[in-house]
Design a protein around this ligand. Sequence first.
Ligand code: SAM
Length: 388
Amino acid sequence: MDIISPTPLLKIVEIQGRGRSLVSTQPLKPGQIILKDTPLLLYPASSSKTNTFCSNCYKLIIQSPIPCPECIFSFFCTSNCHSISLSSSHTPFVCQSLTHFIKNLSFNSNLLLDQQVQVFYLISAYNLALINPSSFRVLLSLQGDSSFVSENDVYLLHSVVSTICPSSTNLGEFRLSKELTGALLAKDKVNAFGLMEPFVCARERGVRAYGIYPMASFFNHDCLPNACRFEYVDSDVSSGSNNTDMIVRVIHDVDEGREICLSYFPVNFKYSERQQRLKEDYGFSCSCDRCVVEANWSDQEDDDAMDNEGEEIEEEEEDEAMEEDEVIGNGEVEERDQDFPHAYFFIRYMCNKENCWGTLAPLPPSDATPSTIMECNVCGNLSKSDEL
Ligand SMILES: C[S@@+](CC[C@H](N)C(=O)[O-])C[C@H]1O[C@@H](n2cnc3c(N)ncnc32)[C@H](O)[C@@H]1O
C-alpha cells in the first residue's frame, strides 16, 4: 500500500513545523466528504462496564454474544464475523496471545489499565505484520518515534508481549524486538483515534476501540478545525464500505490550497488543557489562531469563556454574534472580536446537547447545494442550521 494522494480532493504537503499535512486541491463545500478511510488495525479499549462489542467489527452486541471457543476474551456479533476474524483480527496468533495474557493476568497485575490496552494494541500490530506486511510498513511510516514513549513502558510492555506471543510465529521480514515495540507504541500514541461507545446523555462516553487510519493520520490539529470526523460503527453499511471506516467532512467553505485540520479532542477544552494535552500526547505546542488569542487570557477569563461556551453565549450572545458577524467594520465589534473571535464557531459548530461537546457539520451537499441540516459527530443529533 503506497502513500499517495488520499483522494482527488486532498494532497499531502510538508509544512515547516507541522510535518506532513493535508491540503485541499480545490474549493470545498460545507459538508463535503473529503475522506473515507479504512483502519489498518483496530484493538479493544476494554473500558466499557455496561456493553459488549464484537471483537471483529466492534458493533454493540445486542443479541447473545458468540464467544471465541478458544480464548475467553473475545466475543462476536455473528458467526460470520467470527469466521472473517480468523484470518484478520482474531488469527490463531491473536487468540493464543490473548489466552496467554489472560492466563498470566495475575503475573501482569502490575499493569495499569492503559498498559493492558497497549498490550492489545501490540498484539494487533504484530498480527498485522504477520497477515499484511505492506499495511504494517504503512503503520511504521506514520509519524512518531520511540522518544515519544517512556523507556520504562517500552521495557515493560515488550517483556509482556514477548512472553505471551507464540514464540514459533514467523513474522517474515519483521522480528519481535524491543526497538520495534518502541516504534509501534509511538505510532499508536500519535495516530490512534478512539471509536466511541454509543452516546448516552447522562453518562460519560467511553471508548469501545481504537483504530489507526492510514490517511487520516496525516491530519494535523487545529483548535478551531475546518473538518471533523464521523463514525457510524453500529450502522449497516453499503457494500464496499466497512462499519469502522472513518468519514471526514468539511464544516464550512474551504478555499483551494488550505490546510484541512481536525481537532484532536473536543473543542470545548480550555487553553491550558489543550496545550498540555498536545505537548504530552503529540509533542508540540499549538499556535493556531485561537491559541494565539487565548494565550493572552488570564486563567479567570479562560475559565469564564469555557463556562460560557454553549450556555450563556448561546442564550445571550447568539443574536449579537450573528449580527456582529455581518457588520465587520464597526469599531466596537472589532474590539469584541479580538477578545473572543471564535465565539461564532462555538455557536454555529458546537453541539449544544448536554454533555455532548461534539462538532457539527452539514450533511453532504446534494448536486453541489450545501445541506441546511447539521449533524453532530458525537451524539448524531440532526438540526436545521437556521434553527441555530
Ligand atoms: C497524526 S500526526 C499528523 C501528521 C504529521 N504531521 C505527519 O507528518 O505525519 C500528529 C503529529 O503531527 C504534528 N502536528 C499536528 N498538528 C500540529 C500543529 N497544529 N502544529 C505543529 N505540529 C502538529 C505533531 O508532530 C503531531 O505529533
